[in-house]
Design a protein around this ligand. Sequence first.
Ligand SMILES: Cc1ncc(C[n+]2csc(CCOP(=O)(O)OP(=O)(O)O)c2C)c(N)n1
Ligand code: SF4
Ligand SMILES: [Mg+2]
Length: 310
Amino acid sequence: MNAIASAPVSPSSTSAAPAEDRKPLTKKELAADHPTWCPGCGDFSVLALYFKLIEKRRLWHEKVVSVSGIGCSSRFPYFVQAHGAHFIHGRALPFASGISLTRPDLHVFVFSGDGDAFSIGGNHFTHTARKNIKMTLVVMDNEVYGLTKKQTSPTSPLGYKSKTDIWGAVDQPINPLRQAIAAGATFVARTTHTNPNHVLQMMEAALDHDGFSFIECLSECVEFYPGAFDAANPRKGGAFNLVPTDHDVTDEVAAYRLAGAPAPGYFGIFYRVQRPTKNALEAKINADAQAKVVGLAPWQILTKSFERMK
Ligand SMILES: Cc1ncc(C[n+]2csc(CCOP(=O)(O)OP(=O)(O)O)c2C)c(N)n1
Ligand code: SF4
Ligand SMILES: [Mg+2]
C-alpha cells in the first residue's frame, strides 16, 4: 500500500504512455505485502479478483484507490500496490467520499468487514448511500468480528455462539441488502468468495455504475465461523441460486422482497438505478460559482466574498 500522496510508478504505469500503449498490470505488479490472513480465509479470493478486475479493465496504479477501516478484511489496502489507506474503524466511507469528490478521475474502492460497515460504521453506510457518492463498497461479510477473535457482528445469525453471546445470539441480524436499498443505494449486489467468476462479474458491474455501488461478498472466516456459508456452496452440498432472470433490477420493492429470501438467498444484482451523483451535482455548483468569477485574480475573488458577507 502507498499513501495517497505517493503513487508507485512501475514501468507499465508511467503516465506519459497513452493508455492504449500500456500493458495491463499483472498480479505481480499489483501485489504488495504478502497477505497476513489465515490460510483458507475467504478474503484471499476477494483480493485475487480485485487484481483480476484491475488487469482485465486496464486500470492503472495511479488511478486506483483502495480504502478500508479496521478488521481482518480491512487489511486489504496493505496488500495492493496502488494508492490506499487503512483508516479508522468504521470511517472508511467518509474518507473515501472526500477522495471521490475531489478526485473524480480515480476509481475509489472501499473494502470493509460486516462489523466495520454495519456496526461502528453503520451511520456512514446510510449517508454515503443516500448521497450517491461515486465509489464501490465491497463488504467482506463473514458474520463475525474476525480480527478481535469472535464477537457477534450485526450479521451474525440468531443462535450464533460467540465471546459476546456465549449462549447464542439473541439480536435480530441486519439484512445488508435491504439496508442498502432502504438507504438509497443505486447499485446493490451480492456474491460469495467461493464463486470467483461471479465475484469478478459483480465487481465489473459495480465499476461500470455511475454512483454508489454496494456489493455484499460472503467471505468465510475459517477460524471463527467455519462452514458459515456451506449452504451457498454447491461443493459443500449447498445451492448457489442466481437472482431470477425475470427480476426487474429497477423495481425497488421487488429487490427488497428478493433480498429477504431465507439463507442462502440469491446472488447477483438486486437493484440498479440511475440517479444524479453528489459528484455531478457538486461539480455543477462549482462550475457555476467559477463562471461568476472568470478573469478575476484570487485576491479579487476573496475581496468579493468578503463584501458579500458585510
Ligand atoms: C474505535 C474502535 N473500536 C473498536 C475497535 C476494535 N475492533 C477492531 S476490528 C473490530 C471488528 C472487526 O470485525 P469486522 O469489521 O467484521 O471485520 P473482520 O475482522 O471480521 O474482517 C473491532 C471491534 C477498534 N479497532 N477501534
Ligand atoms: S480470523 Fe477469520 S477473517 Fe481473520 S484472517 Fe483469519 S480466517 Fe480470515
Ligand atoms: Mg467480520
